[in-house]
Ligand binder design. Structure first.
Ligand code: UDP
Ligand code: MG
Length: 310
């Protein structure tokens, strides 16, 4: 059986040699499988592409897709997946060894048992900062609360999917790809393997908190329209309250006259509801933006060069 290892790499010249050293021996020990690597060079500005080219020259099992610029991990992954249509299953892995190579045999074991999706579940998040742990937890809780299709908590990005699942994934046309959500959306029989996520072995992480926050928004708006609907309910509740309040104000006026007061409550109401209106506009804008991006129908990525590919 053919297994393709898909590795997105953006400025990973320090990490890739370590990656190769660690993963190659693991693959050598797996009998009965034929492995190939698909490295996606996501517009790296360092020696990543040069290193990969050298690797591919000496090793025909190493394929490279080099994108014309940095398109982001989700797009890079999609480029890799699109190239893997010959494989029976693909394994998606980061280049920094945060997902330990020992996952590969464990994943293949489950695949042999008949599971079509196998993902790693993080046992603990000790290698993450407190803030990242908390925000991740909050995100999963919130996502699963509002999403139509809940996502397993603490599932890493590292996973194995069968060719059938891959084909299903490639039929999803969206431009803004939240891979974790998409992997989850297509369904199929899934198994999880517990693992401990390591600290990055070399090089730098590509995300910061601002980026992660936007990524989270992306994931939420991609998977549910509940935030839009929320404002309908909120609007109805407020209108009902306003109606009852108006009745009360009218009654007070009729029975007790109208001593002018209530400046502060008026002010609070105006400010509060202006705020609410701006937030709801923002939510609409968020979805409008997404719609705009989808409607443009731009390709997800542009390939500059392919090496050892069909
Ligand atoms: N990556 C990529 N394009 C990007 C950012 C990241 O292909 O624009 C790759 C990166 O090279 C690595 C993986 O995605 O293989 C995960 O990135 P990173 O380790 O920085 O993320 P973290 O593990 O810190 O979440
Ligand atoms: Mg990493």
């Amino acid at each position: 059986m053919k297994i393709a290892l898909i590795v997105p790499a953006y400025n990973e010249q320090e990490a890739l040699p370590v990656f190769w050293q660690a993963v190659e021996p693991v693959l050598q020990q797996e009998n009965g499988f034929q492995f190939e690597y698909i490295f996606v060079n996501d517009g790296s500005k360092d020696g990543t592409f040069a290193y990969l080219k050298n690797l591919a020259n000496h090793n025909k099992r190493v394929k490279i897709i080099s994108l014309s610029r940095n398109f982001g991990k989700e797009a890079a992954l999609t480029a890799g997946l699109a190239e893997a249509t010959q494989a029976d299953a693909v394994i998606v892995m980061d280049a920094d060894l945060q997902d330990p190579p020992e996952l590969i045999p464990a994943f293949l074991e489950k695949f042999k048992e008949g599971y079509e999706v196998v993902y790693g579940t993080r046992q603990n998040r000790q290698t993450d900062s407190w803030l990242k742990r908390m925000s991740a937890k909050g995100f999963y809780k919130f996502y699963n609360f509002i999403s139509t299709r809940p996502m397993p908590e603490n599932a890493g990005d590292c996973r194995l999917i069968s060719q059938r699942v891959l084909q299903a994934l490639l039929t999803l046309p969206e431009r803004e790809r939240f891979m974790k959500g998409l992997f989850n959306w297509v369904g199929f029989k899934a198994a999880s393997v517990p693992f401990v996520r390591q600290a990055r072995q070399a090089g730098q992480t590509k995300w910061n908190y601002w980026w992660l926050w936007n990524f989270a928004l992306e994931g939420l708006t991609a998977s549910t329209t509940l935030p839009l609907r929320l404002w309908t309910y909120f609007g109805f509740s407020v209108s009902l309250f306003a109606f009852l309040y108006a009745l009360w104000v009218a009654a007070k006026k009729i029975f007790f006259g109208n001593p002018v007061s209530g400046y502060s409550s008026l002010m609070v109401a105006i400010l509060f509801f202006s705020g609410v209106q701006l937030i709801s506009l923002g939510v609409i804008g968020e979805y409008l933006g997404r719609t705009f991006m989808e409607v443009k129908q731009r390709p997800l990525y542009i390939i500059d060069e392919k090496i050892n590919c069909h």
